[in-house]
Design a protein. Structure first.
Length: 165
């Protein structure tokens, strides 16, 4: 779903004015330390981790799980909190003029099984990438800020994971 009913209602009242949006991303790692990135076709074909806006009364962790299921069809296990991020690099103006400043909570996750499939609406392609590969893809301005923390989190936490059957 490109825009929730809640956000559409806000936009009907404030137009394209700047909104502060709580958001989440699920940084999903495989056993080799590759990260699942998705090409977001509605955002100038940039690559990012599955994610989106937290809905009213929704816990951020639940939003990360929901967004991942909606965008790439995976059920994930959240393995830990990587961090919360915001600031000037997390501000976006969409092609329609809507302005947002995201405060993003990022979770480190693993897939519970299955094969990731792009939803064909928001996501046009998905790919498992290494840290050097991730740095070469077109991305939102905030992704290079968080990538080092995300891969460092994976390296530090991978021994504590219980394999998913």
């Amino acid at each position: 779903m490109p825009i929730s009913e809640y956000l559409a209602g806000l936009r009907s009242q404030v137009g394209t004015a700047l909104l502060l949006l709580p958001s989440v991303n699920a940084f999903i790692f495989d056993e080799q330390g590759r990260l699942l990135l998705a090409r977001h076709s509605e955002q100038d074909d940039v690559w990012s981790a599955p994610g989106g806006t937290v809905e009213p009364d929704e816990a951020p962790l639940d939003a990360a799980v929901r967004e991942t299921r909606e965008e790439v069809g995976l059920d994930v296990t959240v393995r830990g909190l990587i961090g919360a991020y915001g600031g000037p690099r997390f501000r976006t103006t969409y092609p329609n003029g809507d302005q947002v400043s995201h405060v993003i909570t990022i979770y480190g996750c693993t897939a519970e099984g299955g094969t990731p499939v792009p939803d064909g609406v928001e996501i046009s392609e998905i790919r498992w990438v290494t840290e050097p590969e991730a740095a070469t893809l077109a991305s939102p301005s905030w992704l290079p800020v968080v990538l080092p923390d995300c891969f460092a989190w994976w390296r530090a936490s991978r021994e504590t994971w219980t394999p998913v059957a």
